[in-house]
Design a protein. Structure first.
Length: 225
């Protein structure tokens, strides 16, 4: 039986210890299990050091004859762009066999376009906000459950001479990540901000507008550093 080569483009966050070790071991084991079940297939695995390198390589090589066969993706707009170019396989028929039901339903949202799935979930992340319990106890604060309550806490903490929020943003994406969540939670799914999160869009009558043309209150009040 002739051997088939399968090119796999991987992304591991090699500059982060927990990803470099645990995540890489997870993917290595998945590849090992696949090869044990498919002895005729040789997996040629290439690790990308960061997300930017992965996206650059995909856009450069995916349409080539010798481009990657399988690749990592975070889904969303980047994946849809590749789907719209006809470069990604539609997995819907394979998933209809019951495979789809073995995943958490919410994990499919960034991988599904016009009712069709183009990738399989590998992990699902959660966004947390950590808070200093000693500061809350000292100022007599309670954990907020509404956005207005959070803004009030920011004001109280600022009056105490403390910056309410801190975001490690050396790599630039974490800040955009948190603010995209903020706008989504405030504006809802219909809030579309293609140029700037607080700039009202114009032109196409069908273009949805952001509900606010100003930065969110935590930014305007200096609550984030």
């Amino acid at each position: 039986m002739s051997e088939v080569s399968l090119k796999f483009l991987r992304f591991h966050c090699l500059d982060r210890h927990h990803c470099a070790v645990h995540y890489r071991h997870l993917i290595d084991r998945i590849v090992q299990r696949f090869q044990e079940a498919n002895a005729e297939v040789a997996v040629d695995s290439t690790v990308m050091r960061n997300w930017y390198q992965l996206m650059y390589t995909l856009h450069r090589d995916l349409g080539k004859e010798d481009g990657p066969d399988v690749f990592h993706t975070c889904g969303g707009g980047e994946l849809q762009d590749l789907v719209d170019k006809g470069l990604v396989y539609d997995l819907s028929r394979e998933l209809d066999s019951g495979w789809r039901d073995s995943f958490v339903p919410a994990a499919w949202h960034p991988l599904r376009f016009t009712g069709r799935e183009y990738a399989v979930p590998l992990e699902q992340g959660f966004v947390f906000v950590w808070y200093n319990k000693r500061i809350f106890e000292k100022l007599g604060l309670t954990v907020p459950t509404q956005f207005d309550e959070l803004l009030g806490i920011c004001a109280e903490v600022k009056r105490a001479g403390i910056v309410p929020f801190a975001v490690g943003n050396r790599e630039r994406w974490p800040g955009a990540f948190f603010f995209s969540h903020l706008f989504h939670r405030i504006g809802g799914r219909e809030c579309s901000c293609p140029i700037s999160p607080w700039r009202r869009t114009t032109g196409d009558p069908g273009q949805l507008h952001c509900r606010s043309r100003e930065p969110p209150e935590p930014c305007r009040s200096g609550s984030v550093r």
